[in-house]
Design a binder for this molecule. Structure first.
Ligand SMILES: [Zn+2]
Length: 430
């Protein structure tokens, strides 16, 4: 073993300079470096430190200065960033204090988060890497288990959320749900329409879950929300109506058109079944192949699909009428505004009298949700921004596999999609 401080020279002045250098190398603020050693058995550099006087004897949870209690676990080690090619550990006493609010707790250290086994520099580097590199790159470069990365991002995000007020000046938000773990688990997700940033996510998809978001927002800020976009889920509508008195709920056009596509498919299957029952083999075969022609937007049809559609118009009036009903409803949302609302009126009159049960039923649901649909047409607000955040979030659920907690998945999402990623240590944020 050698002592780094001695090897830097015996002169007091040099010794002092090298201790500051070591502190800076490791990104240790408010800490005094006492010694540097190479641990042969562990093959790592061990830097012994102590907090500066002003940061001594503070509660690990609230930072308040408190009377000392005992020596706690004695000496403790924290992983710091590697020095060149060598793994590096910071070592210090880990005394306990008695906080009037938190009882007996381990004292705060200025180089690491409470309860963490890694320094701030290590934590922030891990969080930054996770949003920029592959899973295996992060694991191999930092020499940590993936689970550890999950714990790190959770505490980095918890800190960042405390330090920033992300819910100020919210006006237009989108609410959606996303499934993960092969559809066995759900997150409720809230996105800011004006910035496209993921604001909040929480396990579950029900009223209780969503209420937690508005609790966090507080009554005054809830009152400032003017528009909320969502699908037609009742639990969302209920909570928004109860909590945001000044907000209009805009139903996502994509979901409404999806209802029409479903209704159309019901009609196609029914016509197909009848044809099969009656032994019209050729008609049945044609209908089976017509699914995509009916689904697609007319401008995207291939020549063959267009021909198929023309065929249906000739031979199957009922199915073709269903197709036109779906297409006209889609046009409502292409037009938007007053023109869209006027077309919606016409569409409803037509659908109610069309004598095609799935579309009569659809007309009823659309009448029920009319206010939300009109709001979407008036304000031109769809859930598209939320969907795009959700698409990225879906990819993150795969990366988060192995984190073992929904909190870590949410933290990863907040780093990547919520703008909470810290800058690399020692650099000013871009
Ligand atoms: Zn405390």
């Amino acid at each position: 073993m050698f002592s780094g401080l001695e090897s830097f020279g015996t002169q007091e002045e040099n010794g002092v300079r090298s201790t500051t250098l070591w502190a800076r190398l490791l990104g240790l603020a408010n800490a005094v470096v006492e010694d540097v050693e190479f641990d042969e058995t562990e093959e790592c550099v061990v830097v012994s430190v102590r907090p500066r006087k002003a940061s001594k004897r503070r509660c690990g949870r609230c930072g308040k200065r408190c009377p000392g209690y005992d020596q706690g676990e004695g000496r403790r080690r924290w992983r710091a960033l590697d020095l060149g090619t060598i793994q590096t550990l910071v070592e210090a006493d880990s005394p306990r204090v008695r906080c009037p609010d938190h009882g007996v707790v381990t004292a705060q250290v200025p180089w690491a988060r409470h309860g963490a086994g890694h320094t701030y520099g290590f934590d922030d580097t891990a969080a930054w890497l996770v949003t920029h590199c592959s899973k295996s790159a992060v694991r191999d470069l930092l020499r940590v288990a993936w689970r550890t990365v999950g714990a790190i991002v959770t505490r980095v995000v918890a800190d960042a959320e405390e330090a920033t007020d992300r819910f100020a000046n919210l006006r237009r938000i989108g609410i959606d749900e996303i499934s993960y773990k092969r559809g066995h688990r759900y997150l409720t997700v809230v996105v800011d329409h004006d910035t496209g940033v993921l604001l909040w996510a929480h396990p579950g998809r029900d009223q209780k879950t969503l209420e937690k978001f508005f609790d966090r927002l507080g009554d005054d800020r809830c009152a400032e929300i003017t528009l909320v976009s969502a699908d037609a889920a009742e639990w969302i509508a209920n909570v928004v109506a109860a909590r945001c008195q000044n907000a209009e709920l805009c139903l996502d056009p994509f979901h409404i058109v999806q209802w029409a596509t479903k209704a159309l498919d019901e009609v196609r299957r029914e016509v197909w079944n009848t044809a099969r029952r009656d032994g019209q083999k050729a008609v049945a075969r044609d209908l089976k192949g017509a699914r995509y022609a009916l689904w697609k937007n007319p401008e995207d049809l291939t020549e063959r699909q267009a021909a198929k559609l023309a065929d249906i118009a000739q031979t199957n009036k009922r199915l073709y009428r269903a197709y036109l009903l779906k297409e006209q409803l889609r046009q409502v949302f292409v037009l938007k505004g007053a023109a869209g609302i006027a077309l919606l009126d016409k569409w409803l009159k037509w659908a109610r009298r069309c004598r095609i049960p799935p579309f009569v039923k659809l007309a009823k649901s659309i009448t029920t949700h009319r206010a939300g649909i009109e709001a979407a047409l008036t304000h031109g607000l769809s859930n598209a921004r939320v969907e795009s955040v959700n698409t990225k979030l879906r990819l993150l659920t795969r990366i988060a596999f192995g984190f073992r907690s929904p909190e870590a998945l949410i933290a990863l999402a907040m780093l990547d999609l919520g703008g909470l990623c810290p800058p690399l240590p020692g650099r000013t944020p871009a």
